[in-house]
Design a protein. Structure first.
Length: 160
């Protein structure tokens, strides 16, 4: 049970870390094989590209989870109390709306991407699956942020 809890709490880190390691290994091995043995791996470049796509989207989830996204905080520096909490809540709600749109259109993109990839011959929806998946994970974290923002608004601007 402890292992399940660990994986659940670290899912984003595990997925992003796995793709980072696999992408780096595939690129490194392919460079060695190409330059020293003149025999590159056919699918390594394509795999690295798709691993990078997954890495970027899962990195966005991690940035949301750890509250490390780039923030323009000009208004937040001037506002205090409930006004500041309301501004944070508004930003959280906008983020939620954007992610809902991304889940919807990501799902549509995924359902139409049935062709196999060029060299690896895997269905393209496996690559595009990261769009609705990462947006859904960001929604989960955004809902927690919205909950905290609402509590902050009720408490007069203090962050719980």
């Amino acid at each position: 049970m402890r292992a399940v809890r660990f994986v659940a709490s670290r899912f984003e880190e595990l997925v992003a870390g796995t793709f980072l390691v696999l992408m780096s290994l595939a690129t490194f091995i392919n460079v060695i094989l190409r330059y020293f043995f003149d025999s590159p791996i056919e699918w390594a470049e394509e795999f690295s590209r798709y691993a990078f796509i997954w890495l970027v989207f899962m990195g966005a989830v991690l940035a949301t989870k750890q509250k490390k996204h780039i923030v323009i905080d000009t208004m937040l520096l001037v506002l205090h109390g409930r006004a500041r909490a309301a501004m944070v809540l508004l930003a959280d709600l906008i983020s939620l709306a954007v992610m809902l749109v991304l889940v919807y259109f990501g799902w549509i993109l995924m359902t139409y991407a049935t062709q196999p990839t060029a060299t690896m011959k895997i269905p393209q929806y496996l690559v595009y699956m990261v769009v609705p998946l990462s947006a859904a994970l960001i929604i989960v974290h955004s809902l927690d942020d919205i909950r905290q923002s609402l509590l902050s608004l009720v408490r007069g601007g203090e962050r719980p």
